[in-house]
Design a protein around this ligand. Sequence first.
Ligand code: LLP
Length: 420
Amino acid sequence: MTNFLFSNVDTIELATKYGTPLYVVSEDLIVDRCKEIKKDYIQKFKNTMVAYASKAFLTKEMARIIKREGFGMDVVSGGELYTAIQVDFPMEKIIFHGNNKTREEIEMAVQNGVGRIVVDNFLELKLIEEIAEKYNKKMNILFRITPGINSHTHRYIQTGQIDSKFGIPLDKEIIYKFINTAMNSQYVDLKGFHFHIGSQIHENTAHVKAINILVKLAKTAKEDLGFITREINAGGGYGIRYGQGECRKPISYYTDAMMKELIDGCEKYGLERPMLIIEPGRWIVGEAGITLYTIGSIKEIPGVRTYVGIDGGMPDNPRPALYGAKYEGVIANKIDKKPIQNVTIAGKCCETGDILIWDLNVPQIETGDILAVLSTGAYNYSMASNYNRIPKPAVVMLREGKDRLIVKRETYDDILKNEI
Ligand code: LLP
């Protein structure tokens, strides 16, 4: 019998050793993605930076890997920043995001000396100035701009449109007030501008358009205010493969096009080319993760469908319920058998919408089989919940054919531990 190998490791052996449900993450695949970014972006173009978007998947071990790869890291909360601090992540490589950072979070960022804070609103700008003054520091900042672009992705993960909770509208009166305030402040150093237009985007056109808009902003801000843009941060959003008909494009598909637009625009307007920062999250870890489940009940509703119950579901993967996300899966212990039936993979929550995969072609399926759901590396563990008081799965990391536990499986007592 042949079992499904992921990153050269037998997934059935992993399921037996660690139990299910189980998140499995391949360090080899993460390192491959990092290599590609270094070769085709960092080494290809001067004055560039990569910050891994840690919201996609973050544990201390992941932060250590990103640190070792030499990338920066995008954090969006005190919790993500705390994780980075715990592994001595170089603070100057941290980019701190968020549309409503609290005073405590800004204080933490200033005290620890993060490299850049991406400012989303005026209250935040004032808070940073106040806190930087208190600690006698000058903080590097960028302004997050809403470029007014609709990217082709799910409505819930679009962020570049005008009607968005993120960013500063590209209205001259508004943005100039921000720039003037920063230029007159001794506590902030405004480096430039940031945009993030959305996630799981397969075309580069929206990113290129956003660069074009920011170059125009750099031009007018220079002419009108004498402000020199030294950095443009283009966020992340590069798509990966979840199912048939989708593919992960090379990073250069996005970065070459953005860089060309930036260089051309700067030449046209006589600007010095600013540093270009990218923040890929999903593109680095999405396909590097799978989730293993054990098949339980199999319920055939004659003439309707067959529901196959698994020992996990929306608590470990809320994406199908939230975004209608589609996943591919394989029966890991029957990888060499031909598909003969179409089934629906149902999670174990008390919730009709807890369906992981609506239509999956599988061989003859039996209780006790192991299902591997693919491309679960991004926004699964990081978005997991304890709904129905289901403990979160363990996380196992694979490297060169070896496995190591990086996050223990939660226990019922873990769920109760803060209760009085
Ligand atoms: N930079 C900023 C400022 C962001 O807000 C994000 C994602 C990224 C970078 C990384 O985007 P990525 O390269 O991973 O697409 N939970 C949703 C995705 C939300 C993304 C939020 N921001 C999902 O599961 O599809």
